[in-house]
Design a binder for this molecule. Structure first.
Ligand code: PGA
Length: 235
């Protein structure tokens, strides 16, 4: 399974180094065979050799150039980073990235062979508009994306479940994942208020190939517990 931590705009560089070191020791001491990804804040990116894969939360679709405030492939290359998160709800809804921008980014990093964790998910008002409207909305987030890309991982993250403590019911997650699996055979993660108390149940669901965890992953011991659950299930 794939267990991913999105650290967002949290932890300093020193704290991130400590976090990844502790995580690495945990993986090695417990012979964890699951795929573990960590997306630290930009300023905490670093070279990491080991079982933890460090990825970027964002980068511009460029090698380098005049894009103030952004980083490009050259800056990722410095730390041997080959994994990137694209389309996270905070990038779409807070920063305002459009589907067009995301497709450009996706294609750029796909050409370079990056592992891409591509996020989709609906806001609350869309969910409340009913199933068809919701699937229509999510389908638009697949537009322009090569769903057969070999290094693609998709994360279904309902916007209203991110950082709120709310989650869809387990039945809803199974049903949506079933529909999303028809759009792409890529591994499909669930994200949105996953924590130690619900991770085991979510991971066990049909059509769930892993989890993308925000707030609860800030505590390395909590994140390790979730990894342990995945290891036991070993789907
Ligand atoms: P959360 O965030 O676990 O805090 O809900 C998930 C995410 O944004 O990926």
């Amino acid at each position: 399974m794939i267990i991913a931590a999105n650290l967002k705009t949290n932890l300093t560089r020193l704290k991130t180094i400590k976090y990844i070191d502790e995580l690495e020791s945990f993986l090695q001491q417990n012979n964890i065979s699951q795929e573990v990804l960590v997306f630290p804040a930009m300023s905490s990116l670093n070279q990491h050799i080991g079982n933890v894969t460090v990825g970027a939360q964002n980068a511009y679709a460029t090698k380098n150039g005049a894009f103030t405030g952004e980083i490009g492939e050259e800056q990722l290359e410095e730390f041997s980073i080959k994994t990137i998160l694209i389309g996270h709800s905070e990038r779409r809804h807070v920063i305002g990235e459009t589907q067009e921008m995301l497709v450009k980014k996706f294609n750029f990093y796909k050409e370079l062979g990056y592992k891409i964790v591509y996020c989709v998910g609906e806001p609350l008002e869309v969910r409340e508009a009913g199933h068809d409207k919701m699937m229509e909305y999510i389908s638009k987030q697949y537009e322009g994306i090569d769903t057969n890309y070999e290094n693609l991982i998709i994360a279904y993250e309902p916007v209203w479940a991110i950082g709120t403590g709310l989650t869809p019911t387990l039945e809803d997650i199974v049903a949506i994942h079933k529909e999303l699996k028809e759009k792409s055979h890529a591994p499909l993660l669930y994200g949105g208020s996953v924590k130690v108390t619900n991770a085991k149940n979510v991971l066990a669901l049909d059509g769930v190939d892993g989890i993308l965890v925000g707030s609860a992953a800030l505590y390395v011991d909590h994140f390790c517990t979730m990894i342990e659950y995945a290891q036991k299930l070993n789907k």
